[in-house]
Design a protein around this ligand. Structure first.
Ligand code: C5P
Length: 233
């Protein structure tokens, strides 16, 4: 199950597809994350184009709306045949249940569904002052993960440093999908709670989401294969 997901954070479909062209000879077909920027620029066509090339897709649109709207939107997304998608846990258990129902196809299959707990860009201070959530941030994240589990979701997006806490609270099978990955010798960019692929493996991440360490590398295929070797072995 463990895998490396490349965050294809490009503004245009042509750029994303040209980047993926570089993996034509790669011994492993990368799992690809399509986020809001690329999806809003290129729509369902980019999902279909990447799928047609045989990549698995994590469609990272982080839905957060009333349960009825989320259910109907997930019905639309389920027809795109992606492999993983997500919602904000802050939308409540009812909204997450609606998301799961909408995503489930008539034959009972569905993509993996995970929840964002607190964004890694939200500090504890801002969570207290802007969101008026008084609990410590770790407790909030663990509680949101428990709510996602209760709603029947498959896991959460979290910092790799929170993966073991999530597993303790929600069980070993509950997925920890973790961005914030850097090679030991690299700069952190705007990421704060970061770790290496090898350490993410030890802590218990199931999927690592890696953007700039691969997309901005001089040799993206070599950087990807290093992530695979360090994270999966
Ligand atoms: O370039 P970098 O490796 O920092 O990219 C990480 C990816 O993971 C980006 O697409 C970012 O939007 C996403 N992400 C994140 N933190 C979250 C959720 C998603 O960094 N909490």
């Amino acid at each position: 199950m463990k895998d490396v997901i490349i965050a294809c954070d490009f503004g245009r479909a042509e750029e994303a597809l040209a980047f993926l062209d570089r993996f034509a000879e790669c011994p492993r077909k990368p799992f690809v994350k399509i986020g809001m920027e690329l999806y809003y620029a290129s729509g369902p066509d980019i999902v279909k184009a990447v799928k047609a090339r045989g990549h698995r897709i994590f469609l990272d649109l982080k839905l957060h709306d009333i349960p009825n709207t989320v259910r109907k939107t997930m019905q639309v997304l389920s027809a795109l045949d992606v492999d993983m998608t997500n919602v904000h846990a802050a939308g409540t258990i009812e909204m997450m249940k609606a998301a799961r129902e909408g995503l489930t196809r008539p034959d009972c299959t569905r993509p993996l569904l995970i929840a964002v707990t607190q964004l890694t860009s939200t500090s504890e201070e801002r969570m207290h002052s802007d969101l008026l959530i008084g609990a410590p941030i770790g407790e909030t994240i663990a509680h949101y993960a428990s709510c996602a589990k209760e709603a029947g979701l498959d896991g959460v997006v979290c910092s790799p440093l929170e993966a073991s806490l999530i597993k303790e609270r929600c069980g070993a099978d509950f997925l920890a999908v973790t961005p914030g990955i850097r090679f030991a010798d690299a700069a952190g960019d705007d990421q704060v709670r970061i770790t290496t692929p090898a350490r993410a493996r030890k802590i218990g991440s199931d999927f690592i989401v890696v953007g700039r360490p691969i997309t901005a590398a001089p040799d993206p295929v070599a950087a990807y294969m290093k992530c695979v070797k360090d994270f999966i072995g």
